[in-house]
Write a protein that binds this ligand. Structure first.
Ligand code: SF4
Length: 347
C-alpha cells in the first residue's frame, strides 16, 4: 500500500482509517493535536498513543517535512532559510526582526508561473504547489527560531515564492491550522496574503469571509506600465482587479493594501503617482511603497530618495495612507522578489 501524506489527510479520512483498523475514532483528535498544535513530525513522538497505533500510522502515512539546507543571517538580524522539500525541490522563507517581535515571510509555491519582471522567483517558472503542511512548517519553524532568539513571532506574510491564490485550498487550510485553537492559535488579523491580483480568487476570498489581511501587488496604476512589469495584467486588467476589490471591501468591510515597488524611471514619476491616486479613489486602501533592492544584472534600479519623497508627498497631499518600507536583509538577498536567487543557480 502506498503511504499517504498524513497532513493532507482530513480528520474524517483519518477517523475512517482508524476505525477500519479497530482503533477508536477519538484518536483522530489526539493525532491532529500532535500534528498541528505540538508540531511533531514523527509518529514516534505521539506518546499518548500505544505502540501498535503508532506502528499502524507509520505503515500507512508519512510526513512531508522541510529540512533547513542553508540559513543566512544578515547584519540587521534578518534570517533567510532555504528549505529542502521531501522531493528535493527548494523553497525559501525569511524571518524579519521588528521592534520587539518577528515577522515571517513564507512561500506558497515552488517557483511561480506569473513571471513578474522584477522577481527572481518568476524566472524559475512554476514547479508545484506547497502542501498545507509545508506552508505550516515555515511558520512553525519561524516561531521556534523567534523563541530561541528570546522573542516571539507576531506576523505572517505570504510574500515569498509563489502566487498564494493559485494554491488557494492549501493556503487556506494552512491558515486554518495556524489560527485554530487546536493548532498554533495565532490571530488571523496578523496574517497577510499578498496576491499579484487574480480577480476571481479575490471574490472567492470575500465569499469565504476570510479574516486575514489582503495585499495586492500593484506596482503601477497605468495599464501599459503594469503589463510591462507584471504580465498577469494582460489576463486581468486593472479595471477587472478594481471590480473584485470593490466586492472584497464591500463584503469584508476591510481595507486591503497595495504593494508598490518604486523603480527608477519606470513607475516613480509624479504622473505615476497621480494615476495611482486616481485608481485608489475607487475603494478604501493603504499603500506600502517598497524600495527596490538593486540586483546585479537587473535592468531595474532603485528610485532615488528625492524622487521617492516627492512621490510620497504627492500621495499624502491626496490624503492617502502611505507607508514606506525599507528592505531588510539586503546583504543576504532576502527582499521581496529576490528569493530563490541563489538556489536557482544551484538547481
Ligand atoms: S512577484 Fe510574486 S507573483 Fe510575481 S513572479 Fe514573483 S512570486 Fe510570482
Amino acid at each position: 500500500m502506498e503511504k499517504k501524506n498524513i497532513r493532507n489527510t482530513s480528520p474524517e479520512e483519518l477517523a475512517d482509517f482508524l476505525t477500519s483498523h479497530g482503533e477508536k475514532s477519538f484518536r483522530t483528535k489526539q493525532i491532529n493535536q500532535w500534528i498541528w498544535q505540538k508540531g511533531v513530525h514523527s509518529f514516534e513522538e505521539m506518546s499518548n498513543l500505544s505502540k501498535t497505533t503508532r506502528e499502524l500510522l507509520e505503515s500507512a502515512f508519512y510526513f512531508d517535512t522541510l529540512r533547513a539546507e542553508r540559513v543566512q543571517t544578515a547584519t540587521d538580524g534578518t534570517t533567510k532559510t532555504a528549505w529542502k522539500l521531501h522531493d528535493g525541490l527548494y523553497i525559501e522563507s525569511v524571518l524579519i526582526p521588528g521592534k520587539d517581535k518577528f515577522t515571517v515571510c513564507v512561500s506558497s509555491q515552488v517557483g511561480c508561473q506569473l513571471g513578474c519582471r522584477f522577481c527572481a522567483t518568476g524566472t524559475l517558472g512554476f514547479k508545484r504547489n506547497l502542501s498545507p503542511g509545508e506552508i505550516f512548517d515555515q511558520v512553525l519553524f519561524a516561531r521556534q527560531n523567534a523563541a530561541e532568539r528570546g522573542s516571539s513571532l507576531s506576523n505572517i506574510v505570504f510574500m515569498g515564492m509563489g502566487e498564494p491564490l493559485y494554491n488557494y485550498d492549501n493556503v487556506l487550510t494552512a491558515i486554518q491550522k495556524i489560527t485554530d485553537e487546536n493548532g498554533l492559535a495565532m490571530s488571523p488579523y496578523r496574517i497577510t496574503v499578498s496576491t499579484a491580483g487574480i480577480p476571481e480568487k479575490i471574490r472567492q476570498l470575500a465569499d469565504d469571509d476570510v479574516r486575514f489581511n489582503l495585499a495586492v501587488s500593484l506596482h503601477a496604476a497605468k495599464s501599459e506600465t503594469r503589463s510591462r512589469l507584471m504580465p498577469v495584467n494582460q489576463a486581468y486588467p486593472l479595471e477587472q482587479l478594481a471590480e473584485s476589490l470593490k466586492y472584497f471591501v464591500q463584503k469584508t468591510g476591510t481595507r486591503p493594501t497595495f504593494e508598490y515597488l518604486l523603480i527608477a524611471g519606470i513607475n516613480d514619476s509624479l504622473d505615476d503617482a497621480q494615476s495611482l491616486a486616481a485608481y485608489c479613489k475607487q475603494f478604501p486602501i493603504k499603500i506600502n511603497l517598497i524600495e527596490y533592492n538593486n540586483v546585479e544584472g537587473s535592468a531595474f534600479k532603485r528610485s532615488p530618495d528625492k524622487q521617492r519623497d516627492a512621490f510620497v508627498h504627492f500621495l499624502e497631499s491626496r490624503n492617502m495612507i502611505v507607508n514606506v518600507r525599507r528592505s531588510k536583509g539586503k546583504d543576504i538577498d532576502a527582499a521581496c522578489g529576490q528569493l530563490a536567487n541563489k538556489q536557482k543557480k544551484e538547481i
